[in-house]
Ligand binder design. Structure first.
Ligand code: BG6
Length: 504
């Protein structure tokens, strides 16, 4: 990162935190904290973005001794050079999630440390990071507000929460109302970690800093948009959670919908967080609720030596929970009239990738029959890239039309590149008080309204998913389904990205 950029970000943190913060990680002994929250905090510390006087308190129910706590929170830290220093900044408090004395004890510990560190008013900032299952989320928020919330004149109190934010419009509204009673909207940071991913953050720049894209970003030029999330592993070990939520609630109503909002929204009035979130909400309100007949559901079964979804002991044997879904969303506005946005997501598929594929319309009355449709692909992961597929003359004596691409593959293009993990950027945003990449309450409401009727219908009518083998591309009807909405796949010769041979 250029020194000037680094300084600007550090100054923004300093301005907010006045050199000190206490981060309290709830659910500190759990998976999310160990894999994501602590490595992100460590990397921010290591790269000089945490305030000079930072202390981290892990809080959870498990009675861990210090060594076990340290073992868990450092297990996923990669660059170990500052690990010893980091360990000195953190300790652990065990307590219940629904008991006044536990929260009082936590508050005493925080105050004791604030005192010992000699923090002044303005420096007693507290960030509460909730890496917690939804069932304990509300009692913890209440306990916090009652006993641990700092005095305004002493510093900021901010609360960071992770999905799931309810299971449908109703439960989400209830959750939002309960939180609203405890914390002001500007104190709440609702994480959708996809908003912290490098390529997702680049979508706005791509769209609103490039004139050449402007005239083609609409129904007149674009035939369809495909947003895909494929994972090669099943739900092993998470069956209990997953069976209640399914693939639609798990990644589509949130992660993929956020990506779609950024692709489809109108230009925000400004680059400030509220203008950006206003633009997203406006877009979401134009998205029609998804219909069952625009949906293809799947559930994986055992294959290639891997277990099926229902082979997991935590999953009911008659579960109809979709682990795969393809669905088509339509946006009722002038820019996107009749353009299908095809979302696909699945567990236990043939590979790992998250991408947006924008397929342009056929050339009107083209003179090159072999020409295929242009496509702009934004590869979110793995291997961040953006490439634009276009037709070109085969180099040399041949006049044949071939498809090639303008290719921005990050690792080939950018020297000394370090792309921070999504959680790292988002925690930095919390420290800087930038809400642009967090989900606002009205955004959540609009998002749930798109999916709730479908989710209720699936439950009410016991819609059976199609089966697909573990490790496959999904249900066998998938290609047919996508074709119905105009998606064209190239015939016999598969397109080769990023290097292609001219001999084929
Ligand atoms: C989480 C889902 O929100 O996102 C998981 O609960 C999913 O099921 C994960 O695997 C995907 O995130 P990422 O960053 O690994 O693409």
């Amino acid at each position: 990162m250029a020194a000037a950029d680094q300084k600007e970000l550090q100054d923004a943190v300093d301005q907010q935190m006045k050199g000190a913060v206490t981060v309290i990680v709830f659910g500190a002994s759990g998976d999310l904290a160990g894999k994501k929250t602590y490595p992100a905090l460590y990397n921010l510390y290591r790269t000089g973005f945490m305030p000079k006087d930072t202390h981290i308190i892990g809080y959870a129910r498990s009675k861990l001794d210090h060594d076990e706590y340290i073992r868990r929170i450092t297990a996923h830290i990669k660059d170990k050079d500052k690990e010893e220093e980091f360990i000195k900044m953190t300790d652990y408090v065990s307590g219940k999630y629904d008991e006044d004395e536990s929260f009082q004890k936590l508050n005493e510990r925080i105050e004791e440390l604030e005192e010992k560190r000699g923090l002044k008013p303005g420096q007693k900032n507290r960030i509460f990071y909730m890496a917690l299952p939804p069932s304990v989320f509300e009692p913890v928020a209440e306990g916090l507000r009652k006993f641990v919330y700092g005095r305004k004149e002493d510093g900021h109190s901010r609360i960071v929460i992770e999905k799931p934010f309810g299971k449908d419009t109703e439960s989400c509204t209830e959750l939002l109302n309960n939180i609203k009673k405890l914390f002001a909207e500007e104190e709440v940071y609702r994480i959708d970690h996809y908003l912290g991913k490098e390529m997702v953050k680049n979508i706005m720049t791509l769209r609103f800093a490039n004139m050449f894209l402007r005239p083609m970003w609409c129904a007149e030029s674009i035939d369809n948009v495909q947003i895909t999330l494929k994972e090669p592993f099943g739900t092993e070990g998470r069956g209990g959670y997953f069976d209640e939520y399914n693939i639609i609630r798990d990644v589509m109503q949130n992660h993929l919908l956020q990506v779609m909002s950024l692709i489809a929204m109108e230009k925000p009035k400004g680059s400030d967080p509220e203008s950006i979130r206003d633009a997203k909400v406006e877009l979401l309100r134009c998205v029609q609720p998804v219909k069952l007949h625009d949906t293809l559901l799947g559930q994986y079964v055992a294959a290639n030596g891997k277990p099926g979804y229902k082979d997991d002991d935590t999953v009911p044997k008659d579960s109809i929970c979709p682990t795969f879904a393809a669905m088509v969303l339509f946006i009722n506005n002038k820019r996107w009239q009749d353009v299908p946005f095809i979302m696909k997501a699945g567990k236990a598929l043939d590979n790992t990738k998250v991408e947006v594929r924008i397929q342009f319309k056929d050339m009107p009355s083209g003179i090159y029959e072999e020409a295929v449709r242009n496509e702009l692909v934004i590869r979110i992961q793995p291997d961040e890239a953006m490439y634009f597929k276009f037709n070109s003359k085969n180099p040399g004596l041949s006049k044949r039309v071939i498809t090639t691409d303008l290719d921005l593959t990050y690792k080939d293009r950018y020297k000394d590149m370090r792309i921070p993990d999504a959680y790292e950027t988002l925690i930095l945003d919390v420290l800087r008080s930038d809400h642009a990449n967090f989900v606002r309450d009205d955004e959540l409401d609009a998002a749930w309204k798109i999916f709730t009727p479908l989710l209720h219908q699936i439950d009410r009518d016991h819609i059976q998913p199609h089966t697909y083998p573990y490790g496959s591309r999904g249900p066998k009807d998938l290609d047919c389904f996508c074709k119905r909405y105009g998606v064209q796949r190239r015939g016999d010769v598969p397109y080769e990205w990023p290097v292609q041979s001219l001999a084929k």
